[in-house]
Design a protein around this ligand. Sequence first.
Ligand SMILES: NC(=O)c1ccc[n+]([C@@H]2O[C@H](COP(=O)([O-])OP(=O)(O)OC[C@H]3O[C@@H](n4cnc5c(N)ncnc54)[C@H](O)[C@@H]3O)[C@@H](O)[C@H]2O)c1
Length: 315
Amino acid sequence: MPVCRRKVTIVGAGNVGATAAQRIAEAGVADVCLIDVVEGLPQGKALDLAEAAPLQHHDQVMVGTNDYTDTTESDVVVVTAGLARQPGMTRDDLLLQNAQIVRGVVAKAVHYSPDSILIIVTNPLDAMVHVALETSGFPRERVIGMAGVLDSSRFRAFIAQDLGVSSSDVSAFVLGGHGDTMVPLPRHSTVAGIPLPELMKPERIEALVERTRNGGAEIVSLLKSGSAFYAPASSVLHMVDSILNDRKRVLPCAVLLRGEYGVDDVVVGVPVVLGAAGIERIIEVSLTADEQKALQASAGSVRSLVETIGKATTA
Ligand SMILES: NC(=O)c1ccc[n+]([C@@H]2O[C@H](COP(=O)([O-])OP(=O)(O)OC[C@H]3O[C@@H](n4cnc5c(N)ncnc54)[C@H](O)[C@@H]3O)[C@@H](O)[C@H]2O)c1
């Protein structure tokens, strides 16, 4: 069989980026190019990961760099570059600063990898997907936000712990924005095919939904500095693997909607078929009036962030 080496560039060699690099290499999915603005950081982490390769039994090439020419012809570019909120910063400060970072890194990355698929991780996630879409000029099928895979994994973990069953048998369905505005659909969440409402009381489901919505904040408050990265990195691996191995997994991803779910021109998390072409299909299910209202609210909050970025850019 001909050997085809695949290449993933990860922009941002911080917690999520470096851990995603480790997961992708150790799963044998692709060679990894880790790039960051900080000199030495991506080089040091890539070297450390390369030195673990003999013990982890993989042969993926690991490159650390500050130079975008090294990212040339990447199949997938994962964007994790950005700032975390610091004391004294408003949400809008973070929004505008990360929008500027994402704009800059996407412009450089797509110059060297014009046929790549972009996976955006930087927060605020849905708004950053808008920035990446606009900057890259790529079709919506190739600009995909990572949030739903993480949110649904958190929900699955909590359901499995609560019921004392394997998380592999739990399947969770979430729609909407990342975090606060997530719209979980318990009636489409199952344990080995059994709808969740048949196994859990509504109050218990609501408690787990609430914990999932606050999943990021719960970890931030425990860590004191920094935010979650193991589960986010695993979520990135799942998406990269489905794309590069054309698995056509059905995963919740943030994508620009054009009328689907009654939402137009806003990035929202919905279930999609993820394969070699990126988003190959958006799966639509019918929603109750309450679910539709929650999804519209989620889309509305993303739209207002995008408008804030637009005003700052034209000011
Ligand atoms: N979508 C999600 O579900 C999800 C989950 C976890 C984290 N995040 C977000 O991902 C981002 C990264 O999180 P982290 O924990 O890895 O943060 P981190 O601070 O550990 O890493 C961020 C890295 O980005 C780098 N960076 C900053 N500006 C850059 C630029 N212009 N070019 C290249 N690199 C640049 C920094 O030097 C740093 O190494 C944050 O915005 C965080 O909120 C999103």
